[in-house]
Design a protein around this ligand. Structure first.
Ligand code: ADP
Ligand code: ZN
Length: 435
């Protein structure tokens, strides 16, 4: 087996990919116009008809879809196939409190699993591998997506789902798992538990991990790679576009290749909706050009990132997206300053005496915001002198102020006192919303 799952597509010349995208877009717009009255109405309001979309260059004429549309159209309003042709639903984890239900035909499941197979292959996976999937199974897309991809590649698949971490490690050791798929925060927790059980990276056979579904920093990547003795690859996706596998990282580990034969990506200015030139930071928008049951056109993800077409050493020609720095609805506004949890994570994990466990607590007293960061100490640091703990506190405080321009109260807390996550980590507690 080679290093690509589908070399023809993954390494396709740009002109050929554009032609393929154009053809598929034209057909998809007709399919949606004919079958989704909700979107047809949006097109009519914008004065666009299917004849106006002749190729990629006309994409910008189409109206956007947002999470609010999904809520309005819940549950069947954006369905483009008869229910009799659908075989599965999945739903969001509800991180932002709004559930989204997505529908799949057998064709849609196949293409989704194929995207995940590309990701596993890019991480070095073959049919010789034992792939342990500890994303949640069920409605959440993580488990089913990677499970399907792992089957396609022919790995021996361990459908563990999340939780029961000691059992995860026991299976990992007994069955010699070589690839781990889960959220990065759970990977860090598995690494910590491995250590607590008296084992280290040499006691397991893992070589690679495929981690996604939540924002994570380069510093977190290094921490996980160290804890588990592996190479950690990023994977991105959202329920609205199928699930994980919309984009995936290759061995260069400098961003995720987007599966452009299925998804057209644009970056827009989130305030004006204007399409931005390559290399600009903005909101990621996806048009799915091959899905049958739930084909969203120009869907606004709220994820903020940058696209690049710089040549990649892996040989893939698929456009690359940077790690999303968090979605626009994750962004906190504290004392009038925009704060992304990932900025805080970067500072914390650069310190040698902290762990990847932290929590940001925001509240309001009178009309003033309060901003506290709870940081968990490592065991060694915990038993260290008060003076060195105070120094660490000062260092974190000044680095945070340097990056954000505002002060945070730093609370260093005991080892193991911050709750661990088996799925998406809860990093922010915003009490202002409760007042
Ligand atoms: P929910 O909206 O309930 O979290 P999903 O499970 O569909 O539902 O989550 C999709 C979102 O998760 C994406 O829009 C993005 O914000 C985040 N996400 C997924 N993969 C990554 C990743 N690799 N890096 C950063 N964020 C990610
Ligand atoms: Zn690459």
């Amino acid at each position: 087996m080679g290093r690509y799952w589908n070399e023809k597509i993954e390494c396709m010349a740009r002109e050929d990919m554009k032609r393929l995208q154009s053809e598929r877009l034209v057909a998809q717009v007709k399919h949606v116009w004919d079958n989704v009255p909700y979107y047809r109405k949006l097109m009519e309001e914008k004065g666009v008809a299917p004849e106006d979309i002749k190729g990629l260059e006309d994409l910008h004429k189409l109206p956007f879809l947002t999470k609010a549309d999904l809520r309005d159209a819940y549950p069947y309003g954006l369905l483009a196939k008869p229910l009799a042709d659908c075989v599965r639903i999945q739903s969001t984890s509800g991180t932002t409190g709004r559930r989204v239900v997505a529908f799949y035909t057998q064709h849609d499941l196949d293409l989704w699993e194929d995207c995940c197979a590309r990701a596993i292959t890019a991480a070095g996976g073959t049919n010789e591998d034992v792939c342990q999937v500890c994303y949640g199974y069920g409605l959440f897309t993580g488990g089913p997506g990677l499970n399907g991809g792992s089957h396609k590649v022919g790995c021996l698949t361990l459908p563990m789902s999340s939780g029961n971490t000691e059992r995860q490690i026991q299976f990992m050791r007994d069955l010699g798992s070589t690839i781990l798929c889960c959220t990065p925060s759970y990977a860090a927790y598995i690494g910590e538990t491995l250590h607590d059980m008296g084992y280290g990276p040499d006691d397991i056979k893992l070589k690679a991990g495929i981690f996604g579904a939540e924002p994570w920093t380069e510093e977190m990547r290094h921490e996980i790679e160290r804890l588990l003795g592996i190479k950690a690859y990023d994977i991105y996706g959202l329920t609205e576009t199928s699930g994980p596998g919309v984009s995936f990282e290759c061995e260069e580990q400098t961003g995720m290749h987007i599966n452009e034969d299925h998804f057209i990506a644009e970056i827009i200015d989130p305030d004006t909706g204007e399409v931005l030139p390559e290399g600009s930071k903005g909101e990621l928008v996806f048009t799915s050009i091959t899905k049958e049951a739930f084909p969203l056109l120009r869907y606004r993800t709220r994820d903020i990132c940058v696209l690049t077409r710089k040549k990649c050493s892996c040989g893939r020609t698929l456009v690359k997206m940077s790690k999303p720095m968090g979605r626009s609805d994750d962004m906190l506004i504290i004392k009038g300053v925009n704060v992304f949890p990932s900025q805080i994570e970067s500072v914390l994990l650069k310190m040698s005496n902290t762990t990847p466990n932290y929590q940001i607590v925001v509240d309001r007293v009178g009309s003033v915001d309060t901003f506290e960061i709870k940081v968990e100490l490592s065991d060694e640091m915990f038993s260290d002198t008060i003076r060195s703990v105070e120094e660490l506190e000062k260092k974190i405080s000044s680095d945070i102020q340097g990056i954000l321009g505002i002060r945070a109260k730093i609370s260093l807390v005991e080892p193991k006192s911050i709750p661990r996550s088996e799925g998406k980590a809860v990093r922010v507690i915003d009490r202002r919303k409760l007042h």
